[in-house]
Write a protein that binds this ligand. Structure first.
Ligand SMILES: C[S@@+](CC[C@H](N)C(=O)[O-])C[C@H]1O[C@@H](n2cnc3c(N)ncnc32)[C@H](O)[C@@H]1O
Length: 266
């Protein structure tokens, strides 16, 4: 089910265009996860085994929102989970099918928008995304949908770039900077330099949105890259014009966050 909002149409078309490049550029991390089952979160590839965000997955019904190449869902099959991969882009799903054919791992893949999830209420034990649909879908539609399809006691976990990162992105750039450029209180749907529309909210608005959907916040993780190996006490200064994925920037400021939320038992 794909809703017809302008940002959803834009993101579907754009993800179809950039999917082959995205899969090629990220192939080392994607293929490592698919073929070893070692799952890691976000820009800094922090292992799930260290963070323990999802916890036990064996026998759990799991929905991955914005699964891309399906590396997370593949790894969860290896761990005894029952994932379904959902994505807006047919080209991303094509890559997911190709990788699944290479490994022989099978799990359902569906084309849909996180803003109109085609599953009944209380269908899943875990709903999650790693820089997936929650980074692009309107949070005021995607969070209620995730809460709706979760069973009581279920876990919603997702990562996205931090609101602080977002407000330092200068016009025409797709990397953070060291000056505030965008309006913090204007965060919701943001036209990015690469043609995508990204989604984010002020921290307080995220928190009220979770509360309005009866989700209890268990944690907000702010992963950072490891310190420089040579001398862990001296931090490099962040460059004035960092590139995307700049480690010195992300040592000083939060580049991403991972929410861990619980739907209470009734
Ligand atoms: C940055 S990619 C991440 C994919 C995967 N988690 C990874 O780490 O490679 C974001 C994914 O979200 C998908 N997406 C964007 N908007 C979406 C929406 N409204 N509903 C479902 N998926 C969406 C895109 O098609 C894309 O595959």
């Amino acid at each position: 089910m794909i809703n017809n909002a302008a940002h959803v149409r834009t993101n579907r078309a754009r993800w179809n265009e950039i999917s082959d490049d995205y899969q090629r550029l990220n192939a080392p991390q994607i293929r490592r996860q698919v073929f070893t089952g070692d799952i890691s979160w976000g820009l800094w590839a922090v292992p799930e085994s260290r963070l323990g965000v999802l916890g036990e997955v064996t026998g759990r019904d799991i929905l991955e929102m914005g699964c891309g190449g399906g590396q997370w869902s593949s790894a969860l099959v290896r761990r005894g989970g029952r994932p379904i991969g959902l994505d807006l882009s047919e080209r991303q799903l094509h890559h997911s099918r190709q990788l699944a054919a290479e490994t022989g791992l099978s799990f359902p893949l569906i084309q849909a928008s996180a803003e109109a999830v085609p599953f009944a209420d209380d269908s899943f034990d875990i709903v999650f995304a790693d820089h997936g649909a929650f980074s692009f879908a309107d949070p005021f539609r995607a969070v209620p949908e995730a809460a709706r399809v979760l069973r009581p006691g279920g876990l919603l976990a997702f990562s996205h770039v931090s609101p602080i990162y977002e407000i330092t992105v200068a016009p025409g750039r797709d990397a953070p900077g060291s000056r505030l450029t965008r309006d913090y209180f204007g965060l919701r749907l943001l036209a990015e330099a690469d043609g995508l529309v990204s989604a984010n909210l002020p921290y307080g608005t995220w928190i009220r949105l979770f509360r309005d959907n009866d989700l209890v916040i268990e944690d907000l993780l702010e992963p950072r890259p490891a310190p420089p190996a040579s001398d862990s006490h001296s931090e490099e200064p962040a460059p004035a014009q960092p590139e995307r994925g700049d480690k010195a920037w992300a040592r000083r400021w939060p580049s991403e966050c991972i929410w861990r939320l619980r739907k209470p038992t009734r």
